[in-house]
Design a protein around this ligand. Structure first.
Ligand code: 5IU
Length: 262
């Protein structure tokens, strides 16, 4: 039999980062390990969808650079919705530059991501300096960083020793790195001694398959059994006829899969 997993409560108690503690707490309070990727291009539609799915998610994943418009008011509305429905905001920015550049990309520009998002993510292609740069901006603001250990797309080069290197960098930065973007963490994360680190997994859909552009879908139950903690669902929710109902369905599927692992 598979060894039992630590509960989200237990993981939260081990967490060394404020944003990570908050994330686990939200999951427990709402009985949700669902993150919705609301990848619509209309800012108005984004706010409408988030208000509908808000009660069912622990985390909202955004791609702010696909929106047709952006201003401080939209940022404030997202933060209001996060408070209203109790979820954290993860901007899927995938930083990939040298430390000095990501400092500005994270804090400045049109989007000022560090002002409204709780979590961001980064590739480790540049080496650990990217974490140092992002940490300089985010640590004092109680933010957290996910490292891209794996990707869900076909032919991804994030595998093998590259994936394992993310564990090393994460464990060297326990105050700021809160976990990974993972697809099959049970196959590599045993080397990770820090049991608090979270695995968030994109490419989730109740109907498996792909999208013709490289995306590969896995269903909630098998993703959780492969070691995932949080399921990221985009089109499965926002393209559904009733996004609220779909979010509810994914919430239930993800939570039942989690309970069956304990
Ligand atoms: N996303 C992936 N795969 C990855 C990473 C991010 O799909 O490896 I890192 C993002 C892209 C999109 C969402 O915002 O997750 C998945 O959306 P769909 O469920 O619509 O495929």
């Amino acid at each position: 039999a598979k060894p039992k997993r630590l509960s989200y409560e237990e993981r939260g108690a081990l967490a060394k980062n404020e944003a990570l503690k908050r994330l686990y707490q939200t999951m427990v309070e709402k009985k949700s390990n669902l993150s919705v990727a609301a990848d619509v291009t209309s800012a108005t539609e984004l706010l409408q969808i988030v208000d509908k799915v808000g009660p069912h998610i622990c985390c909202l994943k955004t791609h702010v650079d696909i929106l047709d418009t952006w201003n401080d008011e939209i940022a404030a509305s997202l933060v209001d919705l996060a408070q209203k429905h109790n979820f954290v905001i993860f901007e899927d920015r995938k930083f990939a530059d040298i430390g000095n550049t990501v400092v500005s990309q994270y804090s400045s520009g049109v989007y000022k991501i560090s002002e409204w998002s709780d979590i961001v993510n980064a590739h480790i292609v540049p080496g650990p300096g990217i974490v140092d740069g992002l940490k300089q901006v985010g640590l004092g603001k109680k933010k957290g960083l996910l490292l891209l250990a794996e990707m869900s797309s076909a032919g991804t080069m994030a595998k093998g020793s590259y994936t394992e290197e993310t564990v090393k960098i994460a464990e060297e930065n326990p105050d700021f790195v809160i976990g990974f973007i993972s697809v099959n963490p049970n196959s590599w994360a045993k080397k990770c001694k820090d049991g608090s680190l979270v695995h968030m997994t994109p490419g989730i859909k109740l109907q498996r398959g792909g999208d013709g552009l490289g995306q590969q879908y896995n269903d909630p139950k098998s993703a959780i059994s492969r070691g995932s903690d949080i399921l990221i669902v985009g089109r499965g929710v926002y393209r559904a006829e009733d996004p609220k109902l779909a979010a509810q369905e994914y919430q239930k599927a993800g939570w039942e899969a989690y309970l069956s692992e304990l």
